[in-house]
Design a protein around this ligand. Sequence first.
Ligand code: GAP
Length: 450
Amino acid sequence: MAKNTVSMDKLISLAKQRGFIFQSSEIYGGFAGGYDLGPLGVALAENIKNLWRKKFIQERDDVVALDSGILMASKTWEASGHISNFSDPLTECKKCHKRFRADHLEEDGVTDCPECGGELTEPKQFNLMFQTHAGPTQDKDSVVYLRPETAQGIFVNFDNVLQSSRMKVPFGIAQIGKAFRNEITFRNFIFRVREFEQMELEYFVKPGEDEEQFKYWRQFCMDFLTNDIGLKKENAHFRDHEKEELSHYSKSTTDIEYDYPFGTKELWGIANRTDYDLKQHSDHSGKKLEYRDPHSNEVFTPFVIEPSVGVSRLLLAVLVDAYDVVEGGRSTTTDANKEEEVVLRLHPAIAPVQVAVFPLSKKKELQDRAQGIAKVLRADFRVQYDESGSIGRRYRRQDEIGTLHCVTIDFDSLEDKKVTVRHRDTMEQERVAIEELTDYIKESASNIST
Ligand code: GAP
């Protein structure tokens, strides 16, 4: 497996400095397992989500969207098995009383407390669902849970969607939304957090066609990662679950793992959930969640193939994958400090900024012209206008956030109506007529492969 040598400390520092990711509640010392997306983080996450919507919903005629609530009837979680099964093994140090995931310690080959070396208790199962209360009284009848996955909102709406949209099996229901898990330990930045967004598809198929569909969706997800998002092929791998690690609902599961700098870890889970969920909800609610084949009149409970990925976990893979350190700096830089420079080689489809526009100097006529050009470009691109610092410094800032093209307006531009376009990856510069700029940038972005 490829070894990823990106320094997480440097990446975390860049993510903060450039406004991708901030620690939650930082001014109060931080909130463990919580992160906030800054302006560029929002843009990157939105681009990833939009691409997912395009590929998983918009471009297909067999998938529709849903947006279900975070809070649901508690019976949902009894039926789904989350109240009895959704737990992690927790161990506590007898000396310092710190708590750890027993399975993580086992993975690392650690048998004593990693903090103080004390003896650890026998692991106990700890339910990961956050609880709160609905209504003014706080008793066992008012307990509700923050959903730990978006999938159940899809299952309980199966019949609503079927009846209202008249979809025919095989078909899917897709949803992007927040999920919450009371994770015990946090490591590795935004890889494992307590509050995250999931992008989930529940694809309903005829029993017997499930394994073929499972294989199809595994590959579909891998292609999405490597072709559309632009992750390097050598960093993403399939890993099939062994029988004993399968979730209680799953017949087969494959993870797409990514080579993060802290190890090769699950990025995306693709599971064959069988008819488990629809049958459980049918039994618990009394409402039969079944499908009648319009041709044969055969009635059956569909099997479900589920590709499920966390937005922040994918965003981290995207940042790591794009993060490129150029030792000794890049040649056009005029800065004195040329030790190393970072280029975020993001795929054009997801780069938060596609075009940066610079006036060469702070002369008003150049600024006015540059702002005018930026305004026109905003109709087609995500644009950032920047007038501060040397051009070299401005290029460097844009390289660090993955901007594809930098457009500089100089005094000649006022005469010859041309600007200089500088390309992120090659650093080539070209004079381009202002009236051809939009087409030029579109053409150029379509030729970039990461
Ligand atoms: N509905 C199936 C399901 O939720 P999962 O494997 O528990 O399955 C699916 O989660 C995906 O959600 C994972 O592959 C991961 O990308 C993301 N995910 C799960 N727990 C997470 C956490 N604590 N922080 C960030 N992402 C998480």
